[in-house]
Design a protein around this ligand. Structure first.
Ligand code: AMP
Length: 398
């Protein structure tokens, strides 16, 4: 896919850029607890300011369902954003109409305004063209820097791109480039790691990946379902026994498509899921008791996985390999993260990871920074891994 970036936008001095960002930050008692999403938007904002553009930021916060909900205002973000930028940020109490017009028209070249929550209007989530036209009214160009909202066809993520010259922001561009390097147009061989709790939530993802990858390692609770489907004793482990047929279908499909599946060959088992709980390592196929739970992959599985990474040029990773929140059941996830990060740092592996719990798992392993790219987009990253078109990205396609 091809898309225009800010480098293609021509002279921007005095022009107004309507910039869609993802400022849906975690908040507690009106304070931001993690400002990653504000930081992610800074390169785009700075680039536009340097070019002399006026920057009007559009974002959603929470789910006000088309109504003005004061507790879901973006106003509390003004000060932290201004501190990060080192420049004043004006706030418009509405994203359309006179309130937006007054603030935007008052901006100097390089000035920044944050517009109130776009989801206060029902037209946003309905992708209502009339609402999109109202948003477009004060802008000369549209910039989408919110990959994490790109799986939704909303007025500020999709509709606007049809009304104004549309460009990918810096963070969107980095994300799309990384995703392209991992799955769109990767260096082969490509290995995937898919872990996490359930097969049922990652069915489309598994089906898409077996058709594209050279190797796929399956771990976490979902591996239990695959082991069960092969008649392996899983004791009282988390598994979706009603998905056994589906697991067998995926295994058959992998065979047809030439994708080597790596399932755990040894398992870390405990009767309790609590920090420091006594555990033992068993071979897949050994008899387990009804209160035994498989909570992590064993050392032989890890060795096979790291060897498979050594033999690959590209890694795409979603989901932990065990109950990583409860040590010692974080061992396989941490070992895999360390190995991937080392290879990535040495330039031997393009390592791209993403999806909610994956980011926490990599942070837990303290290896997120060493990966080639870690996407913090949850739903959008998963839909992309499932091979689904993302409306916000498609709309930028030229
Ligand atoms: P997901 O959101 O599907 O990526 O699942 C992540 C969750 O899967 C984490 O909270 C892990 O603790 C959990 N998980 C991973 N492996 C297992 C396992 N063997 N048994 C139970 N839960 C697991």
């Amino acid at each position: 896919m091809t898309f225009r970036t800010l480098d293609d936008a021509g002279p921007l001095a005095g022009k107004t850029a309507l910039v869609r960002v993802d400022f849906n930050v975690p908040m507690e008692d009106g304070r931001i607890t993690d400002d990653t999403r504000l930081r992610v938007a800074l390169p785009t904002i700075q680039k536009l300011r340097d070019a002399g553009a006026k920057v009007a930021l559009m974002a959603h916060f929470d789910r006000p369902k088309g109504q003005r909900v004061p507790s879901m205002s973006l106003q509390p973000l003004v000060r932290p954003l201004s501190d990060l930028l080192g420049a004043p940020v004006r706030f418009a109490e509405d994203c359309i109409g006179d309130a937006a017009k007054a603030v935007i028209s008052d901006l100097d070249a390089g000035g920044v305004a944050l517009l109130e929550n776009v989801r206060f209007h029902p037209g946003e989530e309905k992708n209502d063209p009339a609402f999109a036209r109202q948003l477009a009214e004060f802008g000369d160009i549209y910039v989408n820097d919110a990959f994490s909202a790109a799986h939704r066809a909303h007025a500020s993520t999709e509709g606007l791109a049809r009304l104004l010259p549309a460009y990918a922001g810096e963070s969107m561009r980095r994300e799309l480039d990384a995703l392209d390097a991992a799955l769109g147009n990767p260096q082969k061989p490509v290995i995937g790691i898919v872990g996490g709790a359930k097969v049922s939530t990652k069915l489309d993802l598994l089906k898409n990946l077996v058709g594209k990858l050279d190797r796929l390692a399956i771990g976490g609770g979902m591996a239990n379902t695959f082991l069960f489907a092969q008649g392996i004793d899983i004791g009282g482990s988390l598994a979706e026994k009603d998905m056994a047929d589906t697991a067998r279908e995926i295994m058959a499909e992998a065979k047809v498509k030439g994708c080597e599946l790596l399932l755990p060959v040894d398992l870390v088992v405990s009767t309790e899921v609590k920090p420091g709980a006594a555990s033992r390592t068993v071979k897949a196929g050994d008899a387990l008791s009804a209160d035994d739970k498989i909570l992590d992959a064993g050392p032989e599985t890890i060795a096979r996985l790291t060897a498979a990474m050594d033999a690959s040029k590209t890694l795409i990773w979603n989901g932990p390999l065990g109950v990583f929140e409860v040590p010692p059941f974080d061992a396989a996830t941490v070992a895999a993260a360390k190995h991937a990060a080392e290879l990535a740092k040495a330039g031997k592996l393009v390592a791209v990871a993403g999806g909610g719990d994956t980011v926490s798992a990599l942070n837990h392993a303290r290896k997120a920074d060493d990966m080639t790219f870690v996407s913090t987009a949850g739903g959008a990253f998963l839909e992309w891994m499932e091979g689904k078109p993302l409306p916000g990205v498609e709309a930028l396609n030229v």
